[in-house]
Design a protein around this ligand. Sequence first.
Ligand code: KG4
Ligand code: ZN
Length: 351
Amino acid sequence: MRILGIESSCDETSASVVSGTADAPKLESLVILSQDVHRIFGGVVPEIASREHLTAVVPVTRQALADAGCELRDVEAIAVTHAPGLVGALLVGVSYAKALAHALDVPVLGVHHMEGHIFATALEHPTATPPFTALLVSGGHTMLLDVPAWGRYRLLGETRDDAAGEAFDKTAKLLGLPYPGGRHIEALAKTGDPARFRFARPMLHGGQRPGDDDYFDLSFSGLKTAVLHAVRASADLEADKPHIARAFQDAVIETLVAKTLRAARAEGRTRIVLGGGVACNKTLARAMAEAASAIGGEVFAPTPRLATDNAAMIAAAGLFRFEQGQRDGPTLNAHSSRPLPGLIDAGAPAH
Ligand code: KG4
Ligand code: ZN
């Protein structure tokens, strides 16, 4: 089986060829074109994103096919992100995928972007397979999931306000760092003194018990405000910047690690899979691995090209959905938000 994946939900135009089966996928090629233009505006401008996708989607797909050493006629199915994301941006990928599928007479499959993130890590870590606890942390989403099997997802917790990546980006902006700010915060935090500033761990305290509705949930907007106050109160912001970045990152990481470990323990999981752009943060991956080893667990973090938005994860999830019998047709549409497919009730049995 050879599947072509297409991703255009935000500011990356990406295409990828994946072969094999959902249990043993093989990454044949992956091309990601990051739209640099948004840096000028300090955030993604939807209309510009759509236009950039339009000019990029065909050459990016051609390159992915060439890198995989195949041609369009070798493609047996096309998987495309159809939700969630910027509708105009999604529509470019969806329209192109549908046209291509029609011309080639192969099935087209709409894939949920966040299901893609769940599959990404297994492309380079063959043992990052269910059952596992998944922490998906990106610019738009923050989800803590139990994954008893591919296609079965129990949403344990999510952010109540800002996404983790959004908090990194907003903090970076307050510190005068470029967009997207996550990696700049991480770099700056390396020289920060952890004792100079301390921010409260959001939605994390010892009094929380399993069953409490804030036991797994996350929140980052208060932390952002705390950073704002620290910035305003600073007499020498240039000198304080690394310390503030460090204090911010420590608060985010401690919270993410604690909640993820709670989830793993609650469900008896020993594997923890990270996904989304914030999973590029090595300090987070290291802290998670350290905490997991204390319970005999193992952490799988994807390399940056598979952590951030990419079409390989869409192809991999598409391969699974294809095997499950999913086939979409010309009525496939783009949706700005949609629940993750395969969500199971939080109280349902794990297997
Ligand atoms: O998954 P992604 O590429 O796009 C979305 O679906 O949002 O994630 C982008 C996010 C941005 O907020 C960016 O600042 C963050 O991932 N990010 C990081 C790091 N690298 C990227 N956050 C923290 N540390 C990093 N090293
Ligand atoms: Zn994403």
